[in-house]
Design a protein. Sequence first.
Length: 316
Amino acid sequence: MIAVDALEKTYGGFAAVVDSTFSVEEGEVFGIVGPNGAGKTTTLKVLAGLIEPTSGEARVAGYDSTDPAMRHHLGFLPEESPLYEEMTATSYLRFFADLYEVPRPVADERIERALDRLELDHRDRRLGDVSKGMKRKVAIARSLVNDPDVLVYDEPASGLDPVTTNSVLEFTRELRAAGKTVVFSAHNLYHVESVCDRVVIMNEGRIVARGTVEEIRERHGETTYHVYTDVPPAPASGGTEADADAVGDAEEVGDRYRTVVPSMDAVERVRGAASAAGGTVVDIRTREPSLEDVFLDLVGRPMPGRRGGGEAEGAE
Ligand SMILES: Nc1ncnc2c1ncn2[C@@H]1O[C@H](COP(=O)(O)OP(=O)(O)OP(=O)(O)O)[C@@H](O)[C@H]1O
């Protein structure tokens, strides 16, 4: 449903997106995560046809993203979605439905359905007077007035309270169940883990990891072993440097000592060191990396060659 190929976007010589290639299948929820300035919004704006690639291409629902016909198949939720403050939710959504030339009875039914599902009260209050959560929900409803196949949401749940956040995430799952394809960006990795079928992690314009959350964890994360001993482990005299490294950082936890190590070999070294100190291992726990662990590890690495590349364009 979406195919992005060797996408580059530069702003006046600054490469915001570098050599990005990914695809999204029909009915998939696809997450783009990354730190501030990673290139997420730029990627989404290209998909939404709001900016043109410097090179490479993005195809959405069978159209080039720069083809105006593509927009009939797309609903876009920008990161900031200022609404017309004097309008009510209903009149605002009708206005957008008219822009898409949706027949009025169809539009009214669609708008009612979206507002009901999003549990939007105060439909006749001016938008300038409704809460931030309600404004976000109206913006989400706006993305659906043309009944698009593809939804591109930039930080859909950012700044929302936990209840509204949950309802937006649940709504995203329902969109998938209805066969829509959803691409969204997020900073909150829990949101991504809980909703997305597949994810790309971007850093400094480049994709640095991709796959299901599970695949990314397996590929990029490290399992650690937490070894609990009843004495501080001390390497036996005459032990190797690796033995000393393995037991260097025991931390006192209650009446036990915890040493975190990356392998079973190192666990055995800790065992030896505990016994050399007259004690024993009392517990070993395995800890799988979270998406957040992987993320912090990946985005902490410097990325080469961000500046330059592609032709300079004026800032938009
Ligand atoms: N119109 C523009 N002109 C110049 N530079 C831009 C423009 N838009 C974005 N950039 C730069 O491109 C880089 C990527 O920006 P982008 O907004 O895509 O990142 P992001 O991952 O969405 O960040 P955030 O999480 O902060 O929203 C940033 O360094 C940003 O300053």
